[in-house]
Design a protein around this ligand. Sequence first.
Ligand code: IMP
Length: 440
Amino acid sequence: MPNIVVVGTQWGDEGKGKVVDILTPHVNVVARFAGGNNAGHTVVVGREKYVLHTVPSGILHPGCRSVIGCGVVVDPGSLIEEMESLVQRGVTLDHLFISKNAHLIMPYHPALDRASEAKLGKRRIGTTGKGVGPAYVDKAARVGIRMADLLNEALFREKLELNVAQKNRLLREIYDAQTFSVEEILNQYLRYAGWLAPYITDTALLLSRWIDSGYSVLFEGAQATMLDIDHGTYPYITSSSTTAGGASTGTGVPPTRIHGVLGVSKAYTTRVGGGPFPSEMSGPLAEAIRARGHEYGATTGRPRRCGWFDAVIGRYAARINGLDTVALTKLDVLDQCESLKVCVGYRYRGEILTEFPEDENVVAAAEPVYEESEGWRAPTAGAKNEADLPAKARRYLERLEELIGVPFCLISTGAQRDETILCEDSPLLRWYPSVRSSLV
Ligand code: IMP
């Protein structure tokens, strides 16, 4: 049974939630491997809309196991709130498993996140303010507190005392911000421990046993390629490994047991927060795309910056993640455009670059080189086959595939599961032959 990674190819919010939700009936396990409650996966099931932040979208399918891997940072208060709201809506949590090694977001992390952003001034990252960056800082600095520590009060207290002493000094002396009390955090987190204890386990071992017994695992990425700590537009990135390699380190499943990578791209591009965005649009066109695509952050509600499809980034994401196939989302948002642009290169100091530059100064100064085509100006929502799409929409898709060098497997034309076209001859049908019957 194939074990497949799903990753975003742009700056996040590509619609990974919908794609994972379509594939979940065909797998046994969905595993989150990076990020925290900075993510917001929107899944629409019938009339119900779910926005998930830390819980994998597999939870919406009874029988599918959902794993929060060691690469994820967990805010236990926010996770419990999400779990309670799922239970209230009739979703069972029997199959939720949280890695013992996942690091905790502590109350001082969001405080440090906000204080650090305020100090950065015009170089601020535009984080979600959830404390994700500072939690990963502690993980790398080897002072982080992990899920397993919640189950050992003495150890938890010892680690907490060390951290609170250190963070309070930082908050008071560097940031002039409010400090924290060990006892208050201890009481609050021990209550969380009571709630979460049944779910905390050795998920790497479970995944290994499940794969041995023939289970199929879907690795659900959060954020996206261009926000990856190593491969994204540093420093305007999130603090985890969001690309396909992160699926392995973030769950403990070795690369040799992963069989393919599916990228999710929007038919245009969006970004929330600061940082370079070469194909960014401005003015009424950006407003129109934002309105049609409901481009507001699922976690913070911030308006997303909108831009044309960037094929340089598409090709880069294909290379960094080893994409086998791409699901293209939100094609319908472009239905009313009179003309469409695709960024095919960057102009920098008189040269045309077709590979994504590693140097952040080059990315910041890069000007987009566009290819322009006429829009199709007809509805695409509800099309069941590629052949049902307007000819100009088909040409647009063919050109994107050609530019990024990866075949499409799904074309999404709306938020509902059935507003999805399945492309013939894609690796997806080899991995999950039964996906065809579930989409008709
Ligand atoms: P952080 O992950 O909260 O530290 O934010 C770092 C950067 O990643 C900011 O530009 C955020 O807007 C962006 N970011 C984090 N999570 C998401 C997401 O789920 N979608 C889109 N952007 C995100």
